[in-house]
Ligand binder design. Structure first.
Ligand code: RFL
Ligand code: PHB
Length: 394
């Protein structure tokens, strides 16, 4: 067994783990990271794409803004389509803030590129990762890489290992409240090698279901389609997907040329989870390990990076000034933001997704709510504030 000693053991090298480690390194606090997947897999994994103003500010302040500012797309607003009318919602005019399109895997690549070349503190392809001593002063993480079993002893553990990780299940269930909601919808998500048909995001609420046109670059589109929660990808042959996207987005997708090649396709169940509290002993839960959002309002990555930033600040206060109040308050403070983002995500999910058995009454209520949003009055201002992310003001 190889033994290592560090200040913070970080489980999971997704955006939240990598960002935490980056911030700590910038303040001279050492950490060791352990990741189940390979570096290549992390750099290729297509997930989030919409960054809030607050997230972009965090990344810039951490020296990670240069590629983002060159390649990221700045969107002053988006299109909202319902009742076959297109409405533009300009967050820039409503609240003076844009949103940004920049793929999660680009954020991950930037964070990996910012690490030292001779980095020996990040272990990829780790197996059998286990946490120990969480309620003691000497917590540890053990794992296997190649032929070696490694034991990392630390002052604290950051559980940044996502929804399927080991950190949350390492906490006795009796000490946690695990809230979970499954929405009765899935999304099919597709990455397509074709220019987006509109330069801004198009959210379309069609009687047949919701569809979203997003993008990753000016040449790569990201398309989403609401399906029933019981559907599987095998229920959706390619022609059915294109027909339905065309119908719901009101664009002609009949030309194969207009469609582009599908680079990636996933079925995403819409669900929400929140784990309370986000701390147990010397283990702190961060990002998707603590909470999942339905993707509708694009909150997951943004809230995950806010968690990392808050934990980094708390650990810096602890090591630099011996102050423990931010660590003590981490869970309660983050849960306030998490529930606020859940509230907005839940509201938007119900607003955008007509149920298959919706009555005419439901349909008209939905249309009235959407119309209020499109009016650029106080409802639209409040909406834009939550969509762009209220955390940027702190
Ligand atoms: P991640 O990215 O899941 O990273 C966790 C890492 O931990 C590793 N791991 C382990 N490592 C060691 N030992 C173990 N036992 C481990 N188990 C797991 C994993 O391999 C992984 O590398 O969590 P993190 O860092 O908290 O980041 C969260 C975000 O990834 C997530 O919230 C977003 O992708 C959600 N999301 C979106 N968020 C946005 O803010 N804007 C968006 O536009 C947006 N769109 C989306 C999304 C998520 C989607 N899917 C696929 C659920 C669109 C989609 C389709
Ligand atoms: C995305 O590009 O993945 C995306 C954008 C906006 C959303 C959800 C997902 O609301």
């Amino acid at each position: 067994m190889r033994r290592l000693r560090t200040k913070i053991a970080i489980v999971g090298a997704g955006p939240s783990g990598l960002y935490l480690s980056h911030e700590l390194r910038g303040h001279g606090i050492d950490s060791v990271m352990v990741e189940r997947c390979s570096r290549e897999h992390l750099e290729r994994r297509v997930r989030a794409g919409l960054l809030e103003e607050g997230t972009v500010r965090l990344l810039r302040a951490s020296g990670l803004g240069s590629k983002l500012d060159k390649e990221g797309l700045v969107h002053d607003g988006f299109q909202l389509r319902f009742e076959n009318n297109l409405h533009r919602i300009s967050t820039a005019s409503l609240i003076g803030e844009p949103t940004y399109i920049y793929g999660q895997q680009e954020v991950v690549k930037d964070l990996l590129a910012a690490r030292p070349l001779d980095d020996e503190t990040l272990y990829f392809d780790a197996e059998d990762v286990r946490l120990g001593g969480i309620t003691s002063d000497n917590p540890c993480v053990a794992f296997t890489v190649g032929p070696d079993r490694v034991l990392v002893e630390a002052d604290f553990i950051a559980g940044c290992d996502g929804y399927h990780g080991v950190s949350r299940p390492s906490i006795p269930a009796s000490t946690l409240t695990f809230h979970s909601r499954r929405y009765p919808f899935n999304w099919i998500g597709m990455l397509v090698s074709a220019a987006p048909f509109a330069s801004e995001l198009v959210y379309s609420v069609h009687p047949g279901g919701f569809a979203l046109q997003s993008m990753r670059t000016p040449e790569i589109s990201r398309l989403y389609l609401q399906t029933d929660a019981r559907d599987e990808l095998s229920d959706w042959p390619e022609t059915r997907i294109w027909d339905e996207l065309g119908r719901r987005l009101y664009v002609d997708m009949s030309e194969t040329r207009a469609r582009g090649a599908i680079l990636e396709q996933v079925m995403v169940p819409l669900r929400a989870t929140v784990t309370e509290p986000m701390r147990y002993g010397r283990l702190f839960l961060v990002g998707d390990a603590a909470h999942i959002f339905p993707p509708t309002a694009a909150k997951g990555l943004n809230v995950a990076l806010e968690d990392s930033s808050a934990l980094a600040r708390a650990l810096i206060a602890w090591y630099d000034r011996g102050q423990g109040d931010l660590l003590e308050g981490y869970s309660a403070a983050r849960l306030r933001s998490v529930w606020r983002a859940q509230d907005f995500s839940s509201w938007l999910t119900w607003l955008f997704h007509p149920a298959a058995d919706a009555s005419a009454f439901d349909y008209n209520l939905r249309t009235a709510s959407l119309a209020r949003l499109a009016e650029a009055g106080s409802t639209a201002v409040a909406f834009a504030d939550e969509y762009v992310g209220y955390s940027r003001r702190r």
